[in-house]
Write a protein that binds this ligand. Sequence first.
Ligand code: M6R
Length: 610
Amino acid sequence: MCGIVGYIGRQKAINVLIDGLERLEYRGYDSAGITVIENNQLFTRKKAGKVSDLKKILDGIELKSNIGIAHTRWATHGEPNDKNAHPHSDNSGNIVIVHNGIIENYKAIKKTLTDKGYFFRSDTDSEILAVFIGYIYNKVKDLEEAVRLALSEVDGTFGLVVLSSYEPDKMIAARRGSPMVCGVGENEYILASDTSAIIKHTRNVIYLSDNEMITLSYNGIQTKTIDNQITDNQIHHIDFEISQIEKGGFEHFMLKEIFEQAQTVQDAFRGRLQVNEGTVRLGGLRSVAEVLKNAKRIIFTACGTSWHSALVGEYIIENLCNISVEVEYASEFRYRNPVIYPDDVVIAISQSGETADTLAALREAKKKSATVLGVVNVVGSSIARDTDAGVYIHAGPEIGVASTKAFTSQLTVLILIAIYIGRMRGISLPDGLKLTQALSELPKKIEEVLKTADDIKAIAKEYCNARNFLYLGRGYNFPVALEGALKLKEISYIHAEGYPAAEMKHGPIALIDENMPVVFIATKDEIYDKVISNIEEVKARKGKVIAIATEGDEQIKQYANHVIYIPETIPMLTPILSVIPLQLLAYYIAVELGCNVDQPRNLAKSVTVE
Ligand code: M6R
């Protein structure tokens, strides 16, 4: 979604801002803009389209300023055009803002301001905030105080940076619900909605908390709450490398991230897996170990791919821990007055740690006194900070909008959690040993799966013109079918449905004819024979079968048009292997169709609005 960069320091602001915007492009956006303070005057340019379009209109303009703000917008209120792009200014043109989030009471504020003779140029809620700050500034003549007072009146969410020619040596930022990080460099500060825009300059950052604001000048920074209480912020160190947010020779981030999975799965269990003791060590859960041991119910809440991970987690935890598990879409959970007991454990799963619905769902669970845990990738993100305890998945930055490595790392961490709880609740040592050993062997097996890429590319060429796909799997591989279908529709815009294989005859079977490719996850487990029966039903109707099967399974060749083999592992670990061919299939089909794989249309990497 929208991205923010702000800079104050010794470098030319324009260079830092444009580089920052380019680093944020992966989040998905439809317009971009900048403001710098040049000779005490605001200089603004904004443009619908890509950062490259903005660069074109800045070409040849010499900007020496050391202070500025920039934005990539993902439209919520008002279509993506030049007028609605950020920065937005107040009526005097002397105050500008960039804003992420939604101002929910914008209509009421707009009416008050319109009645007083103020005007608006765009269709955005953000401009109303800019005009409102300007209105208050006219009364208090102090920028920080004007921002603070305006934000006290605002309902909704914001990550906000304000710049003004009235006080040209200052920049003010604030957050509620939308992330805002301040990089603390040597004689410079970089504000951003995402650390990717910061790490080129410094690894030392301050994470703003909700309802906190920061005032930056050339001499230093000061933080306070919107209620005017001075706050004291710790500096955190970001430990990822700049190479992790670059393509490293791959054509797309998504392909790079698919190929990183042997490493990222290993990173998810490194230092945690105790293979010789058949158990795991999870420092992040130590404080809630007793709660987990005695839990009667676990509720997972998540969106999208993270919700698919939760479904696999449900099967695994029920199996290993004998605890009842429910899986809830965060967007439904937050609004439906769910029954939650104080001894419930609610686990929010999120790659970004910023998904608005997931954040709201966990806050709802907290209000109802449940223990709330996080399974999160982005360190220091809102969900990670708002949970009682949790486990990072350590997948490193995921830039491709379609989630790949985060999914397999989430699954790895969910298995670790299941073993952790299960061993406290009675999994035997031999079973623990079997599980931890199998987990430790996965990275090598992932390498094997990745070797099938060329075969999958050939299949992609053959089926890229199909208009519909069906993905079917059972048990642990039912969520994988959902995930395979989601990957395909996200990046290739081909319609795809995922179903439990046995559900096919309750409806989707009507769709099957010679034009329908059906992807089966048919690995060897206790329901393998049932899946074979489902494949036969598809074949009988002339459907084209692409099967993901276990190495050594020769029988399946008689039913399937194409077989992709994955190494054998214990059934509950198969999703970590079986999803990889599906990620590759979606990727190669999208490339074949000429789609923008890393930034698919309409999608944002981190969905920070409802
Ligand atoms: O950052 P999160 O894991 O909370 O994001 C949840 C979904 O928005 C995300 O998984 C989305 O479905 C991806 N585009 C899937 O590829």
